[in-house]
Design a protein around this ligand. Structure first.
Ligand SMILES: NC(=O)c1ccc[n+]([C@@H]2O[C@H](COP(=O)([O-])OP(=O)(O)OC[C@H]3O[C@@H](n4cnc5c(N)ncnc54)[C@H](OP(=O)(O)O)[C@@H]3O)[C@@H](O)[C@H]2O)c1
Length: 233
C-alpha cells in the first residue's frame, strides 16, 4: 500500500548521558559547529522541517534553510529554496512573538488540537500562514503528516525535536530514521529533556527497535544513523 505521508527523519544532538538540553531547558548547542552543519545539510534533503511548541520557545529558532550555501544545496537536490516550517502545539499556546514569526521566507503551518482556545488560534493566525485544528486533546500527527504530504507535496520531513514531539511520533510508528549525534559531555538532571520523553513505553517488549546503519567518529563527536524497525520486524 502506498504510504500517504512523508518519509520522517528525526535529528538530535545529545550528551553521552542522553540529554538534549540542560536542566533549565534553554536552547544550547550541545554539539560543535560540525554538528550544526550536519543539521543544516540534512535540512537540504527535506521539504519540511517540524518541531514542538517548547522547542520553538527555548531559543532563537527560525527553522529556515540556513543561508545561501544551503539554499544552493537544496536547489541542486531538486527542492525549493526554502523548506516549509511546521509547529505542533496541542494547546495553541506558542508565543506569537517567537523569532520564527519574524522570518517570512517560507510558509509556517501550525497544528493545534481542539484544546486550543479560539483566542489563541486567532493570535497564531496573525503570525502563521495556516493554523490547522486536528485532534481532540492532542494533535493527530498521522493526519497532520498526510495533510503535509497531500497539500504541500512533503515527501521528506525532518523533525528537530523536542523529546515530547519525538516520542509522540515514535509511539505512533511515524518515524523512519533517526540521526543522533552523541556529544562528549555529561549534562545530568532528572528533569532535563531526552531525545524521547512523553509517557514512554511501559514495557521493553513495546519499545521501538533500531538498526544502526551508519556511524562516523570525528574527534570526540559520534554521528550515527539508525533505521527504525517496523513493529512487525
Ligand atoms: N539537542 C537537540 O538536538 C535539541 C533539539 C530540539 C530541542 N531541544 C531541547 O528540547 C527541549 C524541548 O523539548 P520538549 O520535549 O520539552 O518539548 P517539545 O517536544 O519541543 O514540545 C512539546 C510540546 O509540543 C506539543 N506537542 C508535542 N506532541 C504533541 C501532540 N501529539 N499533540 C499536541 N501537541 C503536541 C505540546 O504543546 P502544547 O503544550 O502547546 O500542547 C507539547 O507541550 C528544549 O530544552 C530544547 O532546547 C534540543
Amino acid at each position: 500500500m502506498k504510504r500517504e505521508r512523508p518519509f520522517v527523519l528525526i535529528n538530535m544532538a545529545m550528551s553521552a548521558d542522553g540529554k538534549i538540553a540542560s536542566a533549565n531547558r534553554q536552547l544550547i548547542s550541545i554539539g560543535t559547529k560540525r554538528d550544526q552543519d550536519h543539521l543544516l545539510k540534512l535540512r537540504t534533503t527535506v521539504d519540511t522541517v517540524m518541531c514542538g511548541a517548547r522547542t520553538i520557545e527555548s531559543g532563537d529558532i527560525i527553522m529556515d534553510a540556513g543561508g545561501k550555501k544551503y539554499e544552493q544545496l537544496r536547489i541542486s537536490n531538486g527542492l525549493q529554496k526554502q523548506n516549509t516550517r511546521v509547529l505542533v502545539s496541542g494547546s495553541g499556546t506558542i508565543n506569537p512573538t517567537s523569532k520564527i514569526f519574524h522570518n517570512r521566507n517560507s510558509p509556517i503551518i501550525i497544528f493545534v488540537s481542539k484544546k486550543a482556545t479560539t483566542k489563541n488560534i486567532e493570535k497564531l493566525k496573525k503570525v502563521a500562514d495556516k493554523v490547522i485544528v486536528y485532534g481532540n486533546k492532542t494533535v493527530s500527527l498521522g493526519r497532520a503528516l498526510k495533510y503535509l504530504y497531500q497539500r504541500y507535496n512533503s515527501k521528506r520531513l525532518l523533525c528537530e525535536g523536542g523529546g515530547e514531539l519525538n516520542f509522540a511520533l515514535i509511539r505512533q510508528g511515524l518515524v523512519d530514521e533517526l540521526h543522533l549525534t552523541i556529544c562528549p559531555r555529561l549534562l545530568g538532571g532528572r528533569n532535563s529533556p531526552t531525545i524521547a520523553d512523553g509517557i514512554g513505553f511501559s514495557q521493553l517488549i513495546k519499545s521501538t527497535r533500531l538498526q544502526l546503519t551508519a556511524q562516523k567518529l570525528i574527534d570526540d563527536e559520534l554521528f550515527t544513523t539508525w533505521k527504525i524497525r517496523p513493529k512487525s520486524d
